[in-house]
Design a protein around this ligand. Structure first.
Ligand code: WQD
Length: 342
């Protein structure tokens, strides 16, 4: 059974990916210093899987500490590297913290991969590398625009570091996965997106619906789109998770065309903010309390994926539509509320 190190394993996408990896026969260990991840997420994943997943609470920007994980686990066959800060506004306020953490931990992980001969790596990237793409749907060959934030810059730099690492280390393979907008939660409602003060849309919608927030603002309805609000490609977190499992399997089988392949992970469908809210209202049976406010600085107007490459080369097929995404997000928020009430 191949052992996989998942960094950021106590985070939103990391925890869901651990579930999918174990469901597909991998042995998994996690590394997460819990600066952004939640320890209870690890407990919940272990409960969901009926087996404990060991988490190394290690700061991966500390090279020596990172090394201890590999010394203790010489049989690691692959790495999925999620661990990174990901708040766009926070990165604008604290760019050095973002470069030190996101780039520093990637470099430490790759140095250990090289030293310990771990030849299969998956890097968590983002559609934010595209910025405002000129043509839609956006393909992996689209030119990368100037990063809109230090966060997006760390993803662009991270991809370049991975590509250069592979060029200088034949035999090593790194798959770059560019997520569009991950939403929703595992159907068990045992795991989901944990964020007390979210900045992204869906948890703000569900926190408004459950009453944690009194209302929310739609940032602009005067864009050149179907209904004036921004368009995004929302993709269920379990679809994203399974893409990582497939990417690792293909990498281990040496079944990909080159040592560094990049894939878009999106449904290929653009959905506006107002359409998402309507889908949520139909699923929850609630009228959401929102107002239309000014545009948010830095917002991309429209972005959605061409996912042909992931479908053909990874055999990936996203299975959740926007209604189900909203249903699982709402179920998760209600489960959280019940837990807090206990
Ligand atoms: C989506 C749409 C907002 C909140 C995300 C992540 C970012 C990065 C890239 C990973 C936009 C609108 C939002 C609100 C709103 N992730 N909105 N009212 O901007 O696509 O960025 O993907 O790499 O970390 O956040 O996602 O959810 O912030 O916004 O109207 O209260 O919802 O204007 O149009 P975004 P988002």
């Amino acid at each position: 059974m191949s052992k996989i190190l998942v960094t950021g394993g106590c985070g939103y996408i990391g925890s869901h990916t651990i579930v999918d990896l174990v469901d597909h026969g991998f042995e998994v260990i996690s590394a997460d210093n819990l600066s952004r991840g939640f320890g209870e997420m690890n407990d919940k994943v272990s409960k969901l899987l009926g087996k404990s997943i060991h988490n190394y609470a290690v700061d991966l920007s500390d090279a020596a500490a990172t090394r201890t994980i590999f010394e203790a686990n010489p049989d690691i066959e692959g790495i999925i590297h999620f661990a990174a800060y990901k708040s766009v506004p926070e990165s604008v306020d604290a760019p050095l913290m973002y470069y030190k953490n996101n780039i520093g931990s990637l470099i430490n992980i790759l140095e250990c991969a090289k030293e310990f001969g771990v030849k299969n790596v998956v890097f968590s990237s983002s559609c934010s590398v595209y910025g405002n793409a000129d043509t839609l749907p956006v393909t992996e060959t689209a030119p990368l625009k100037e990063a809109e934030s230090p966060y997006a810059a760390t993803k662009q730099m991270g991809e370049q570091i991975c590509a250069d690492f592979v060029k200088g280390n034949p035999g090593f393979k790194i798959v770059l996965l560019r997520y569009f907008n991950p939403v929703g939660a595992h159907e068990s409602t045992l795991i989901g997106e944990m964020n007390q003060r979210p900045e992204n849309l869906v948890p703000i919608v569900t926190q408004t619906a459950i009453g944690i927030r009194s209302g929310m603002t739609v940032f602009g309805d005067d864009y050149d789109t179907r209904d004036g609000s921004c368009v995004r490609d929302y993709i269920h977190v379990m679809d994203i998770a399974h893409a990582h499992t497939l990417a690792l399997q293909k990498s281990i089988e040496n079944a990909l065309p080159s040592g560094c392949e990049v894939f878009n992970l999106g449904t290929g469908e653009g959905v506006t903010v107002l359409e998402l809210i309507k889908a949520f209202e139909s699923v929850s049976g609630l009228k959401l309390n929102y107002n239309i406010g000014p545009r948010r600085a830095g917002d991309v107007i429209k972005v959605y994926a061409d996912n042909t490459k992931a479908k053909t080369l990874l055999g990936w097929q996203p299975g959740y539509d926007i209604t189900t995404m909203m249903q699982t997000a709402w179920n998760w928020q209600q489960a959280l509320a019940k837990e807090t009430a206990q």
